[in-house]
Design a protein around this ligand. Sequence first.
Ligand code: TYD
Length: 133
Amino acid sequence: MQVVKYMFQPHGDERGQLVSLEEYTDIPFTIKRVYFMYDTLQNVVRGKHAHKNLEQILFCVNGSCKVSLDNGKEKKVVNLEKPYEGLYIPGNMWREMYDFSEDAVLMVLASEIYNEEDYIRDYEEFLRFVQKE
Ligand code: TYD
């Protein structure tokens, strides 16, 4: 299973750092939605679902967290700890986000607006769904 983690080049100068993300140039889809999570409590595991079609890129723009990815056959754990690292998650991938630092801000760029029908929230159903593919 290939994990795609983009390392964007910050525009750094004596004032600090700036990261710019443009659809198609940097992000391989139209950005229809942005959401972010913060004040996540210790020991919380978020996500625990897959999407049928949605594509996303996750950035921990402050602090750090871990993301576990599972395509139904293989699992990989990715650390997000730099604001310029973007983890690409395609459709049909079970994801869990955990080990959030107290200051973690996890920002997600998504290819579609929120649609509950695109979610698979049951792990057994996810396994059945990917085996059909
Ligand atoms: P939830 O799906 O539980 O987040 P995660 O699974 O990624 O940990 O979402 C929490 C709440 O926010 C839930 O009531 C749905 C709502 N929500 C939106 O309204 N829009 C969105 O884009 C997202 C991701 C969630």
